[in-house]
Write a protein that binds this ligand. Sequence first.
Ligand SMILES: Cc1ncc(COP(=O)(O)O)c(C=O)c1O
Ligand SMILES: N[C@@H](CCCC[NH3+])C(=O)O
Length: 443
Amino acid sequence: MYLHGTSKVNDNGRLEIGGCDVQDLAAQHGTPLYIVDEALVRQRCREYVDAFRASGLQFQVAYASKAFCVMAMCRIADEEGMSLDVVSDGELYTALQAGFPAHRIHFHGNNKTPEEIEMAIDANIGCFVVDNFIELHMLNAIAAEKGAVVKVLLRITPGVEAHTHEYISTGQQDSKFGFDLANGSAYKAIKEASSLPNIDLLGVHSHIGSQIFEVEGFTMAVEKVSAFAVDVRRELDVTFRVINLGGGFGIRYTEGDTPLQVSEYVKAITDGIKTFFSQAGYPTPEIWVEPGRSIVGEAGTTLYTVGTSKEIPGVRKYIAVDGGMTDNPRFALYESKYEAMLANRATEKATETVTVAGKCCESGDKLIIDLELPPAKTGDLLAVSCTGAYNYAMASNYNRIRRPAVVFVKDGQSDVVVKRESFGDIVGNDIIPARLEKEAVAK
Ligand SMILES: Cc1ncc(COP(=O)(O)O)c(C=O)c1O
Ligand SMILES: N[C@@H](CCCC[NH3+])C(=O)O
């Protein structure tokens, strides 16, 4: 397993993260356990902020909180000078509860409810990323009722779509998100938005995909969005003050993944913008990005206890851990690949090939296929790396399994930032209607 950030094998032959021996973490907090290397999260935030500072452009780096949205993470994002992208009232609530400055919150989503819009206007958030015409008019109407003028970016689909490692440039993009550039819907949206009295149109937003390893998709998006900015200025006399190029910067889950340095992505974007806008004689807009996975993904490790195993001669050997698709649904959803190690016997040689299964009542509940490990015994600790993004965030209570705790580790200290769910949490919202109680009594 590749050791990211502060992860290392210590003198006791065990995995250590943030100066904490994972065996101690397991004893203290139980398993499964999400462990977040706080120093690595902060390092990634700084890499973005520093790279933008070096560009000399005005910027905001908004952490896409969908990747991992808990109050402690919002605090760190704030401390590191990030803005925050939220996509629901729940993420907004989390950020506000954490004391995240509302003026640096950007609200996304293709189906914001009137209640969500009201909540965000009342909180005085920094920007709405408007997805469609219905939302645009609803937002204007609600803002008018409240006597507010709201800052807006329009999400456009630039016709650049990242499919894992390649880019397809299409005229018409099949996406549930945003105003299409090619069919004129983005142009119409700019025209309408700039005529609405309670909308302050800052510019546009584009997001081309996720887990992207090259700069080409971003530079293509920069070109398309910039050319659109010039057209709109010439024809509608609307000047973009902000261009948001979304997230999608890739990380190294396994050997085959070849992400670039954060600074390389940022440089490609900012160089593209600088060149284009100076040549066009257009005041260079502020550039925003929204990294999620690349801020937290590599900083997360999930620690499990090995339970049972099953060998099917000539087929495969399964080892089962005390979690699974409930804490990490990404294999079940996308057949995502992960690396792992026996964390309490980290120096022992791998002699077996096993498939790591979870404990859910679902055949597809697997975490890793064909993992090379030393012979794993009941009670061993298995660490799966790169689980910081879209793991806790997408966890479920399937089979009424309680979500694990999350700890931040740093300089030998571990702090629980989310408690392990209790049985009380599991039945907390259940109600037995009085009718059923009576029936039970009558029997
Ligand atoms: C609009 C938007 N912004 C930002 C992100 C964050 O993407 P990533 O986690 O790949 O950086 C996403 C998710 O793909 C997104 O849809
Ligand atoms: N949930 C996805 C990423 C979604 C990106 C959000 N727009 C994943 O786990 O890889």
